[in-house]
Ligand binder design. Structure first.
Ligand code: ADP
Length: 499
C-alpha cells in the first residue's frame, strides 16, 4: 500500500488551522455549550481538528435565524432572478476553489482526491448551476373550473408555487459536499431558508462551503450550518416545531427516526435512504465493459454509495467468467490514502464503519459464503478493507439482504429473467439497479419490472443534476435533483377569484 500523499494546499492548511465554528445568522459562532468534537483522518485514524459541537440550543438559534430570514429581511424580497444569480455565484466560487474542496473531501472522508476533483466537486458545481436556472421557472397553472352549484358564475383560478419555509437538512458523510449541494440547491432556488447539519464524520467541506455562502452574498440567516451529532443536533432539527420540512439522506434506520420526530408538527419529510442495488448481467452482455462496469458499481467510493451495485446476478453460463473478471479487477485496485494520487480506493470513513463492514463479511462466512477475492482488513492503521467478492450466497443471508455500505458484492447465478427480476426485487430497498446486455428490448422489459427509482442500462453511477434520484420502498420518499426536487421545497396555493 502506497503512502506517498500530496502536500496540502496552503489554503487547506490555513482553513484547517482556523477555529471551526458554526454559521448562525451570518456569523461564525462557538457552540452555546462551548463543546467541540474531533474529526478524524480515516487514512490514519488521527484527529484532523476540533469542530464546534452543536446541540439543541444551537439548533434553536439557527432555526430562529432561518425563520426571521424567511419571513422578513432581504431574502423574501429578492426577485427570482436575483436569487438565481446568487446560487450561480456560489457555483462559480466552488469551482474557483475546486482543488481545495477536493483535498478537504479526501482528507475528511478518505476518498481519492483524484475522484473528488472529477466527480464530487464538479457535480456540486453543476447542481447549483442547474438549480440556479430553475429559480425563474417555478410556475403555477391557470385552471378552467366548472363549479356545478354556482351556475353562470365566472372564475379565474390559478395556482402558485411558494417556498415551503424553513427547511432542516441532515446529510451523510459519503459525498459530503455533493450531498450539501443536492440539499441546498433546490431549497435556495425556491426561496426557502435552511439549517444544514453535516455528518459528524465529515463536517469540513460544509463549513468551507458556509464561508463561500457568506462570500457570495446570501442574506444573513438564509443558510445556517450547525455541525454536531445525529442524536443531539440532528434529532433536535428533525423535531423542531418551527421547521416546515426536513430533508434527510442517510440510513433507513435513522430515516424512520426522522419520520417519528417530524410527526410533532407534521412537517413535510423527504428521505433518501439505503439501498441494496442489483447489477444484472445477461449472457449477451459485452464483457469488456460489463466486468469493469459491475466492479465499479460496487467499488466506486469504496462501496459507500446508497446505490452501490452490491448484489451481482449473472446468467449461469457466464457466472464463473464474470466473477473471476470482477475478482481480477478487485485485486488490481490500488488501495491507499485518498491524498495519494495513485490511489483508486481509499479507507472507509470511520472506525465504526470499518468494524461494521468487517463484521458483515464475517457473518457472511459464518452463514456459508466464500470470498472469491478479499474479505480482510488491509494494514493495521487507518480503515482499509480489501475489495471483496462473496460467492455461495443465498437470498436469505444477511450479506444479501442488508446494506453493508462497503466494498463487498455478493454474486449469484440465475437461469431465467423471471427468476432474476424476482430476486432483484426481493429486498426491502428499491433505490437503483443496473442491467448489462446488448438486447435493448430485454433491457427495457427488465427496467420496467424492477421496483427501483433508477435503472441504469449498460452503465452504473451515472448522475446528473437534471436526472431525478431517489427510492421506491424503504429507500425513501421523494426525489433529489431534476425538477422533481423542486416540488419537495414548494407548497401549491390555489387562488380562485369570482369575476
Ligand atoms: P450512516 O449510517 O450512513 O452513518 P446515518 O443515517 O447514521 O448514516 O447518518 C446520516 C446523518 O443523520 C448524519 O448527519 C447523522 O448525524 C444524522 N443522524 C443520525 N442519527 C440521527 C437522529 N436520531 N436524528 C437525526 N439525525 C440523525
Amino acid at each position: 500500500m502506497s503512502t506517498a500523499t500530496i502536500p496540502l494546499l496552503d489554503a487547506v492548511t490555513q482553513f484547517i488551522s482556523r477555529p471551526k465554528k458554526m454559521l448562525i445568522d451570518g456569523k461564525w459562532v462557538e457552540a452555546q455549550s462551548g463543546k467541540t468534537f474531533p474529526t478524524y483522518d480515516p487514512a490514519t485514524g488521527e484527529v484532523i481538528t476540533q469542530i464546534a459541537e452543536g446541540d439543541k440550543s444551537d439548533i434553536d438559534l439557527a432555526v430562529a435565524a432561518a425563520r426571521r430570514a424567511f419571513e422578513s429581511g432581504p431574502w423574501p424580497r429578492l426577485t427570482p432572478s436575483e436569487r438565481g444569480k446568487l446560487v450561480w455565484k456560489l457555483a462559480d466560487l466552488i469551482e474557483q476553489h475546486l482543488e481545495e474542496f477536493a483535498e478537504l473531501e479526501s482528507l475528511d472522508n478518505g476518498k481519492p482526491v483524484a475522484v473528488a476533483r472529477v466527480a464530487d466537486v464538479p457535480l456540486a458545481v453543476d447542481l447549483f448551476r442547474y438549480m440556479a436556472g430553475w429559480a425563474t421557472k417555478i410556475e403555477g397553472n391557470t385552471i378552467p373550473i366548472s363549479v356545478p352549484y354556482t351556475p353562470g358564475a365566472n372564475y379565474l383560478a390559478y395556482t402558485v408555487r411558494e417556498p415551503i419555509g424553513v427547511v432542516g437538512q441532515i446529510i451523510p458523510w459519503n459525498f459530503p459536499l455533493l450531498m450539501a449541494a443536492w440539499k441546498l440547491g433546490p431549497a435556495l432556488a425556491t426561496g426557502c431558508t435552511v439549517v444544514l447539519k453535516p455528518a459528524e464524520q465529515t463536517p469540513l467541506s460544509a463549513l468551507r462551503l458556509g464561508e463561500l455562502i457568506c462570500e457570495a452574498g446570501f442574506p444573513d440567516g438564509v443558510v445556517n450550518i450547525v455541525p454536531g451529532y445525529g442524536e443531539t443536533a440532528g434529532a433536535a432539527l428533525a423535531a423542531h416545531p418551527q421547521v416546515d420540512k426536513v430533508a434527510f439522506t442517510g440510513s433507513t434506520e435513522v430515516g424512520k427516526l426522522i419520520v417519528n420526530a417530524a410527526s410533532g408538527n407534521l412537517k413535510k419529510v423527504s428521505l433518501e435512504l439505503g439501498g441494496k442495488s442489483p447489477s444484472i448481467v445477461l449472457p449477451d452482455a459485452d464483457l469488456e465493459t460489463s466486468i469493469p462496469g459491475v466492479a465499479n458499481a460496487i467499488f466506486f467510493n469504496h462501496g459507500q454509495c446508497c446505490c452501490a451495485g452490491s448484489r451481482l446476478y449473472v446468467e449461469k453460463p457466464l457466472f464463473d467468467k464474470v466473477v473471476s473478471g470482477v475478482a481480477d479487477y478487485a485485486k488490481a485496485i490500488k488501495v491507499g490514502p485518498g491524498l495519494d494520487l495513485s490511489t483508486q480506493m481509499g479507507p472507509l470513513v470511520s472506525e465504526e464503519q470499518h468494524q461494521r463492514v468487517l463484521g458483515y463479511i464475517q457473518e457472511g462466512f459464518a452463514e456459508g459464503a466464500k470470498a472469491a477475492v478479499g474479505g480482510h482488513r488491509i494494514g493495521d492503521k487507518g480503515y482499509f478493507v480489501e475489495p471483496t467478492v462473496l460467492v455461495d450466497t443465498t437470498s436469505t443471508m444477511k450479506v444479501v439482504q442488508e446494506e453493508i455500505f462497503g466494498p463487498v458484492v455478493c454474486a449469484e447465478p440465475f437461469t431465467d429473467l423471471d427468476e432474476v427480476v424476482r430476486k432483484a426485487n426481493d429486498n426491502i430497498y428499491g433505490l437503483a439497479a443496473a442491467v448489462w446486455t446488448k438486447d435493448l428490448s430485454k433491457a427495457h422489459r427488465i427496467a420496467s419490472a424492477l421496483r427501483a427509482g433508477t435503472v441504469w442500462i449498460n452503465c452504473h453511477n451515472i448522475f446528473d443534476a437534471a436526472l431525478p434520484f431517489g427510492g421506491y420502498k424503504q429507500s425513501g420518499w421523494g426525489r433529489e435533483m431534476g425538477h422533481e426536487a423542486l416540488e419537495l421545497y414548494t407548497e401549491v396555493k390555489a387562488v380562485c377569484a369570482n369575476l
